[in-house]
Ligand binder design. Structure first.
Ligand SMILES: *[C@@H]1O[C@H](CO)[C@@H](O)[C@H](O)[C@H]1NC(C)=O
Ligand SMILES: *[C@@H]1O[C@H](CO)[C@@H](O)[C@H](O)[C@H]1NC(C)=O
Ligand SMILES: *[C@@H]1O[C@H](CO)[C@@H](O)[C@H](O)[C@H]1NC(C)=O
Ligand SMILES: *[C@@H]1O[C@H](CO)[C@@H](O)[C@H](O)[C@H]1NC(C)=O
Ligand SMILES: *[C@@H]1O[C@H](CO)[C@@H](O)[C@H](O)[C@H]1NC(C)=O
Ligand SMILES: *[C@@H]1O[C@H](CO)[C@@H](O)[C@H](O)[C@H]1NC(C)=O
Ligand SMILES: *[C@@H]1O[C@H](CO)[C@@H](O)[C@H](O)[C@H]1NC(C)=O
Length: 267
């Protein structure tokens, strides 16, 4: 039943995700709680006056080289210091929450140029935790799943502690082009071109850490954080293996009596 519910939730997520253009200038952006989202103003010509609205409240303005975030009482409470704009007019919302869902409108010279319909998916906290925090026993495989319906034009990037480890652009994928990545993961990374999911095989305890997914389209970029904890499974040594060690120790008595004593101490 739980499985069925999960399947349902995930397929709903799929329906909602990715990019679709409604009318000429409405972009749908579907994200998960905790994501960092950048809404990109694609125009390259420098504009004189750019304003951002959330629903009907102005939240930011860029005049020439000056950027301003509106921290009226309501805005301050809603976004805290989670909003940023850059000089090109792109708006970044960090650690997005459910109440940030709505229409983000970009206005230039007093006409609305772009509308981003941002939907923060309502995934139960426990499920979100299950998607984003993975525990794995050393030696086993673990998969991080973007949980998005991937648009073939999007670029997908995976980072481990801020080192780029895998990338999909169009029909090309790259794994571990970085030297640090090669040293750490060798041939243990797999990328699913269809879903964008990243699998780490034969995990080591040193694979534990922060992983970051970045989805980049021409109109927005999404950053989602994941975590992996790889643990040593002390109960994993089979009875056979222990018996084997003991037999070997009996044969080579002198060498490993110390080791078997240690072994008995621990189990
Ligand atoms: C704005 O910044 C650009 C480069 O960052 C600079 O070339 C330009 O002179 C600046 N304009 C003003 C009005 O300060
Ligand atoms: C503003 O942000 C967008 C999206 O991240 C980026 O493409 C652009 O280069 C940035 N512009 C500046 C001036 O930093
Ligand atoms: C993100 O926001 C939630 C509350 O909505 C908060 O509990 C959490 O600490 C925040 N995380 C970060 C990294 O700021
Ligand atoms: C913003 O608008 C959307 C729909 O247009 C609505 O669902 C949401 O509750 C609004 N949010 C706020 C904070 O007004
Ligand atoms: C806005 O106005 C400035 C000058 O006032 C002009 O250079 C710019 O092209 C205008 N932008 C749009 C999108 O109309
Ligand atoms: C925004 O997107 C949501 C979910 O996709 C949809 O239900 C809603 O009608 C859209 N709102 C507008 C104003 O297009
Ligand atoms: C991908 O980009 C091309 C060229 O910009 C466009 O024609 C095509 O419709 C896009 N595909 C999707 C699925 O958005």
């Amino acid at each position: 039943m739980k499985q069925l519910f999960k399947l349902l939730a995930v397929s709903l997520l799929f329906l909602n995700n990715g990019l679709s253009v409604v009318g000429s200038d409405e972009v749908s952006v579907s994200v998960m709680e905790g994501d960092t989202v950048t809404l990109i103003y694609a125009e390259t010509n420098k504009q004189e006056d750019i304003k951002w609205y959330f629903n009907y409240t102005q939240i930011a303005e860029i005049i020439g080289n000056h950027t301003k975030i509106y921290t009226d009482k309501q805005g301050e409470e809603r976004f805290g210091n989670r909003l940023k704009v850059n000089q090109t007019g792109s708006l970044t919302i960090t650690n997005i929450t459910n109440t940030d869902s709505g229409l983000y409108k970009l206005q230039i010279n007093s006409s609305i140029e772009n509308i981003f319909n941002v939907t923060v998916n309502d995934v139960p906290a426990a499920e979100l935790h299950e998607i984003k925090r993975k525990s794995v026993k050393k030696g086993q495989s673990v998969t991080l799943d973007p949980d998005i319906l991937k648009n073939p034009n999007d670029t997908i990037k995976w980072y481990f502690n801020d080192i780029l480890i895998a990338e999909i652009t169009g029909d090309q994928s790259k794994i571990c082009t970085d030297i640090q990545c090669k040293q750490r993961f060798r041939d243990r990374l797999k990328l699913d071109h269809q879903t964008g999911s990243l699998t780490i095989t034969k995990t080591r305890t040193t694979d534990s850490g922060d992983y970051k997914l970045q989805i980049i389209s021409s109109r927005f970029s999404i950053v989602r954080n994941f975590g992996i904890t790889a643990t040593i499974d002390v109960s994993g040594l089979s009875a056979g293996a222990i018996a084997g060690i003991i037999v070997a120790c009996v044969v080579l008595n002198a060498v490993c009596s110390g080791f078997s004593a240690l072994l008995f101490q621990r189990y």
